[in-house]
Design a protein around this ligand. Structure first.
Ligand code: HEC
Length: 249
């Protein structure tokens, strides 16, 4: 019986291991406040809003090359015709991958580097990093695009959401030189309030977390059934064992 318990516990740990979210990669910058988007992988509304935000503000430069529009539609419960109408820009079709219209050469010519594909970025960088990055732009007249980022000094990405957030001012550390944060509170001149902007960017991160592993919700659902199944199976085996051994003394 002890052995059976060991096997079952090992199997459960193994299965649950796949259910536990991946540890986020540790952010590199020191002294910078790292923000948590509190992504709930089962919140389909947040993923839908994030997909809309992403298409409108990011897809112009960044692809999500492993994700197809019809997969997104199926996973988030959006009707395909609505996806076709509202999320697909240009010539693309519902079964196409979410590719950016920007050619890498153009990215290099216009921005100094081709914008990277963002399919796996939340897994490589961690969702907190991405969230903090989107909330980490600040005014820097010396930078090429007029903005810098607390997590990526000298970033080639312009602050694409400045119209919504405004342009936050940098906050300096004790040495009066190092930028350790951004002045988010107060009116930075954007269309959204601070709270709305935080939600807007958290939704984008929710979408990116989903895009990095569309199978995750399924996997978690299946994982629970597998565990229940193993528990029932243990009971059955135990009864069977008792039956077999009942005459052996
Ligand atoms: C005008 C083109 C452009 C748009 C639009 C744009 N980006 Fe970027 N982005 C870039 C470029 C270029 C880089 C590379 C920056 C660098 O490494 O210096 C980048 C880098 C990033 C990174 C860091 C990737 C990494 O691993 O280093 C993230 C995350 C990101 N962008 C997210 C977004 C999101 C989310 C949006 C939409 C809100 C967006 N970007 C819109 C051009 C763009």
């Amino acid at each position: 019986m002890r052995k059976i318990i060991h096997i079952v516990v090992a199997a459960m740990v193994f299965t649950v291991g796949g259910v536990v979210p991946h540890a986020a990669a540790a952010p590199a910058a020191t002294g910078v406040e790292i923000l948590d988007p509190r992504v709930n992988p089962r919140d389909r509304d947040a993923i839908q809003r994030g997909a809309r935000n992403f298409v409108n503000y990011c897809l112009g430069c960044h692809s999500v090359k492993y994700l197809r529009y019809n997969r997104l539609a199926a996973d988030t419960g959006m009707p395909e015709d609505l996806v076709q109408e509202h999320l697909i820009l240009g010539e693309q079709e519902i079964h196409d991958h979410m590719l950016s219209a920007m050619a890498p050469e153009d990215g290099e010519a216009w921005l100094g580097m081709a914008p990277p594909d963002l399919s796996l970025t939340t897994r490589v960088r961690g969702e907190k990093w991405v969230y903090t990055f989107l909330n980490g732009f600040y005014r820097d007249e010396g930078a090429t695009h007029g903005a810098n980022n607390i997590l990526q000094e000298g970033t080639s990405m312009p602050h694409m959401l400045a119209g919504l957030q405004g342009m936050p001012e940098p906050v300096y550390g004790d040495d009066g030189e190092t930028v350790v944060g951004v002045q988010r509170s107060g009116d930075a001149g954007g269309a959204l309030s601070e709270a709305e902007y935080l939600e807007f960017t958290a939704d984008i991160v929710s979408f990116m977390v989903y895009a990095a592993e569309p199978i995750r919700a399924d996997r978690e659902r299946i994982g629970i059934w597998v565990i229940l199944f193993l528990i029932v199976l243990t009971g059955v085996f135990y009864l069977l064992k008792r039956e077999y051994w009942k005459d052996v003394h």
